[in-house]
Structure formats: C-alpha cells, structure tokens
Design a protein around this ligand. Structure first.
Ligand code: 5GP
Ligand code: MN
Length: 330
C-alpha cells in the first residue's frame, strides 16, 4: 500500500482500466480510482474495452470512460482493477507492454499476481472496497461522484449485501458513502429498478432452458445468440439471471452457459461459450473455473470454452455427481 501511494504521488500520466464486459464493481472502482487521481491533478485515461452497460450509465462522470487507447499516448503507470489476470483487460493487453509500471488491484482468489505492484485482498467484498482503502490514504476528499461509484461497486458485488462476501466493511463503507452524497434509492432504482421488455423475455427463455442434474445439486441454464437476437438483448442483459438457477431448493451449484458473439473461428460443431458458475458456499467453483482456464471467487466464478454444447453439458453433469448426495427439489 505504501509503495503504491508513493508511486501514485510520484508519477503524472496514468492509465486506469478494468475488465471487459464490466460489472458494477469494474465500473465503480474504475471511476473512483480515476477521479481520485484526477483530483490529485494527474493526467488520467479511464479505459474499458466494452460499452458501459445501460444500468450504469446514470453514474456521474461515467461518460468520461473511454473505449480506445490512443497508441501514441504515453503513460508512466497503469492501474488494472478487478482483473484476476491481465487478459481480462481484453485486446488492449498489448498496450501494457509500453507502460513501465503496472499496478494490480483486485479481490479474486485466483488472482495471478501479475504486475509490478499488487494490492490484492481476497477478503475484500469488492475491488471498490480496496480502492476506498487506498483513496482514504491519498490527499483527496471523497466527493459525491466518487462516493456513488464506490457505493455502486460494493452494492452490486455483494448482490445487495446478500452474497457470502458481504462483510462489515461493506456496510461501514456504504454508510460513509451515503454520508458523502451517494443516494441509495437512486442507485437501486437505476441498477435493479427497471428492466427492458426484452430482458424480461430473455429471462423467460433462460427459465425455460433450465436443466437439473439427476441428483438435484446442479442447475444449468443456456442462452444462445439466437435467443439474444430474438429478444433484442445484449450480453449485459444476462447479468443476474443465474441467481434464479442458484435459488432452487437442493441446488448447490448453478451454471449459466452463454454463447459468445465470436465470428467464425470455432472448429466444426464447436461453439464459443462463457460459463458462469455460482455456488451456495459449500462448493468452491473457482477451482472448476481455473481447471478450464478461468477463475473468480469460491462462490462466483467463470470460464470460457470452445466446445459442442452437448459435450459441455455432459461435463457439467459429470461434475454434478461429485457435489453431494441426492436431494429431491420437489
Ligand atoms: P461472471 O459469471 O459474472 O462472468 O463472473 C463471476 C466471477 O468470476 C467474477 O468475479 C469474474 O471476475 C470471474 N470470472 C468470470 N469469467 C472469468 C474468466 O474467464 N477468467 C477469470 N479469471 N475470471 C472470470
Ligand atoms: Mn469485483
């Protein structure tokens, strides 16, 4: 922490970035970190490869996050937020080679330890919690914009203070952020209050795709590109749908298979999928994700594969047999 603060004070030009297909923590910690550095008078480029999901577009200053890095731009340091490994950044990962100092700030158990300096705490409920800890030690006043960003990061990464990562700091920091101008009702309305009709129709298709392993312990939902096309939805609309699969009685692990929007490169019969995994806390799904080249937390993880859909499902069902004894959900 002390070394990182020294480096932030010493340098002038920063690239601040978080993972592609960002969630509330990726956006919230990015904004808070970027704005804190700007408040210190630094030159900052806030970057995310993906467009900002509609539900986060209300965040003050979120429109200053860029989707491009000027290849001629020079940076003294890069800060990567909420990325378990450096590839999570996306295609811009090659740009990092030109930057002399890489700082890794994250809370995933599977964090690879990349970068020259690491501030990784798997006990933190969100990367926004660690960013808050850091900003508190900087010569910066947390204003309502930063407060709203940090609040949103913690609210969303703890599933509104319901997931197993919900700790004392989650409540303590969020209370402070409200004192500094974050509006809890307004954030909740934007993040959870409004669904497009397409998103509800997509939820309907997801529920309809539900399959349960013979022992009742694993639930699988499948969403194809066709379903997203038919409902005029995008990847960001899939966020949160997996929680319906996780809630089912007896289920210990829920999987959501989302076909990826990748052109042409898959071998015959194979397709690109991202698999999201959630557990009730009794099964460490980060291990299963890591075995497939992904990662995450013990109770929320993910990985990407190229495979026929049927084989992927068979593999998940095989994993289900190792989870626990039979249970009847009815
Ligand atoms: P989600 O299922 O929402 O995509 O991700 C759940 C958690 O697993 C998140 O914390 C996310 O960062 C992590 N995760 C998801 N997919 C991957 C992946 O392909 N690689 C790594 N390292 N982590 C992932
Ligand atoms: Mn996070």
């Amino acid at each position: 922490m002390r070394t990182i603060i020294e480096q932030l004070e010493r340098h002038r030009r920063f690239l601040v970035a978080s993972h592609a297909h960002p969630d509330g923590d990726a956006i919230g910690s990015l904004l808070a970190m970027g704005l804190a550095l700007k408040a210190m008078g630094k030159e900052v480029l806030m970057y995310n490869e993906s467009p900002i999901p509609a539900v986060y577009r209300f965040l003050p200053r979120v429109h200053t996050i860029r989707q491009q890095i000027d290849p001629t731009a020079r940076f003294d340091a890069a800060i990567l937020l909420d990325c378990g490994d450096v590839e999570r950044l996306g295609a811009a990962v090659a740009e990092l080679d030109k930057i002399p100092l890489l700082i890794n700030i994250d809370h995933h158990v599977t964090n690879s330890g990349f970068g020259h300096l690491q501030l990784v705490d798997e006990e933190a409920c969100a990367t926004a919690e660690i960013v808050h800890r850091l900003i508190e030690k900087l010569p910066v006043e947390i204003d309502d914009t930063m407060a709203t960003a940090i609040y949103t990061g913690i609210l969303t990464d703890t599933g509104s203070f319901r997931f197993s990562n919900t700790n004392q700091s989650a409540f303590a920091i969020c209370a402070q952020m409200i004192a500094r101008g974050a509006n809890a009702y307004e954030v909740a309305q934007h993040v959870y209050g409004t669904y497009s009709l397409g998103r509800i129709k997509l939820l309907n298709l997801a529920l309809d795709s539900l399959e349960i392993s013979p022992n009742g312990r694993l639930s699988v939902m499948t969403l194809t590109r066709r379903m997203l096309r038919e409902t005029r939805t995008q990847d960001e609309d899939v966020d949160g749908i997996i929680n319906y699969a996780r809630r089912i009685q007896c289920v210990k692990v829920a999987a959501l298979i989302l076909e990826q929007n990748v052109n042409g490169s898959a071998a015959k019969g194979r397709r690109h999928f991202h698999v999201s995994l959630r557990s009730d806390g009794s099964v460490d799904v980060s291990q299963l994700a890591a075995q497939h080249g992904g990662g995450g937390h013990a109770s929320a993880a993910g990985f990407s594969v190229e495979s026929p859909l049927s084989e992927l499902k068979v593999e998940l069902m095989k994993f289900a047999e190792t989870i626990a004894e039979k249970c009847d959900p009815n």
